[in-house]
Design a protein around this ligand. Structure first.
Ligand code: NAD
Length: 316
């Protein structure tokens, strides 16, 4: 595809996540056309009206409520439709409800567009990315889940705040499931080129082991804590999705922990989960098979196996 041809994005599901994502895309300057689709047409219509009234303050974007036929010509179709977690619910608890919704949504999208990149945000995102891959019949590089891009951001924020350094200078990844079995890849984490061990050796301000444990738990439980307080999470995930759209539309070759189909990397196959991945206009350009330490590898395998167990029950 030629340079700068990525312009149209459709968002299916205009709830908290979908409408906030639409807002981040509207103000991003990355796209020129944005379609919102929701089973609740009034909701989508209301969101479109609200967004459009901000138009004098941003670069022009055509925003409208659409039907599935309006997916035609979209470069990226983002799916954020379906049930969200209620307090105390895990992401996995949503699987049967949202897999059924996805079966109908994905088959509608592909009737009108079989060339776009499908970007899944609905939870459980890794399972639904796999469901989308299977139902769509799309090549594996074109089916992406937002995966642990959000968790990685939470990790970088919390570690950056702990050490008092700009989060953009903290490099590290949360890998595996976007959910309870996710893994902090401490062996890949670095601060200004220093491993965490090297940094801590010079710092000595805290109990390193305890801090690591606390940061990991805070990342893993972030959604539960936010949902307990305000009912849903949407700002940070919308920015994460905007970042993925940016890497695709600008053909950036950025490394992001998106979820996609693994085929032997890290000894894992036939499941979608997140590991550092090169993202560009093709969607997934390449999955990096980075040496992680043995305990992280074991935890990643465990995460993959727990996802596979759930997929087995879905009959897809
Ligand atoms: P929400 O209830 O506010 O919105 C969901 C929307 O989907 C509603 O507007 C609903 O009308 C619509 N919908 C339902 N069935 C539909 C169908 N068949 N076709 C079209 N639209 C349909 O929920 P939310 O807070 O926006 O969350 C959406 C999803 O995103 C949830 O599954 C949530 O867990 C997930 N989420 C993912 C991440 C992530 O990092 N991947 C982060 C936060 C939330």
């Amino acid at each position: 595809m030629a340079e700068n041809t990525f312009k149209k994005v459709t968002v299916v599901g205009a709830g908290f996540v979908g409408s906030t994502t639409a807002y981040t895309l509207m103000i991003s300057g990355l796209i020129s056309e944005l379609v919102l689709i929701d089973i609740n047409e009034q909701k989508a219509e209301g969101e479109v009206m609200d967004l459009n009234h901000g138009m004098p303050f941003v670069r022009p974007v055509k925003i409208f409520r659409g039907d599935y036929k309006d997916c035609a010509g979209s470069d990226i179709v983002i799916i954020s439709a379906g049930a969200n977690q209620k307090p105390e619910e895990t992401r996995i608890d949503l699987v049967h409800k949202n897999a059924a919704i996805f079966k109908s949504i994905v088959s509608e999208i592909v009737k009108y567009n079989n060339e776009c990149i499908l970007l899944v945000v609905t939870n459980p995102v890794d399972i639904l990315t796999y469901v989308t891959y299977k139902i769509s019949g799309f090549p594996k590089n074109k089916v992406i889940g937002s995966g642990t891009v959000l968790d990685t951001a939470r990790f970088r924020f919390l570690l950056g705040r702990h050490v008092g350094i700009d989060t953009r200078n903290i490099h590290g990844y949360i890998i595996g499931e976007h959910g309870d079995t996710e893994v902090a890849a401490w062996s890949l984490t670095n601060i200004a080129g220093m491993t965490v061990e090297e940094y801590c050796e010079k710092c000595h301000k805290c109990d390193e082991g305890l801090t690591r444990k606390n940061i990991y738990h805070e990342v893993k439980n972030a959604a539960y804590e936010i949902i307990k307080r305000k009912g849903a999470t949407y700002y940070a995930v919308a920015l994460a999705v905007r970042r993925i759209v940016e890497a695709i539309t600008r053909d950036e070759n950025s490394i992001l922990t998106v979820s996609s189909l693994l085929e032997g990397q890290y000894g894992i196959s036939d499941v979608c989960l997140s590991v550092p991945t090169i993202v560009n206009r093709n969607g997934v350009e390449r999955i990096l098979d980075i040496p992680i330490n043995d305990s992280e590898r074991q935890l990643l395998l465990k995460s993959a196996n727990s996802l596979k167990e759930i997929i087995k029950d879905l009959n897809i």
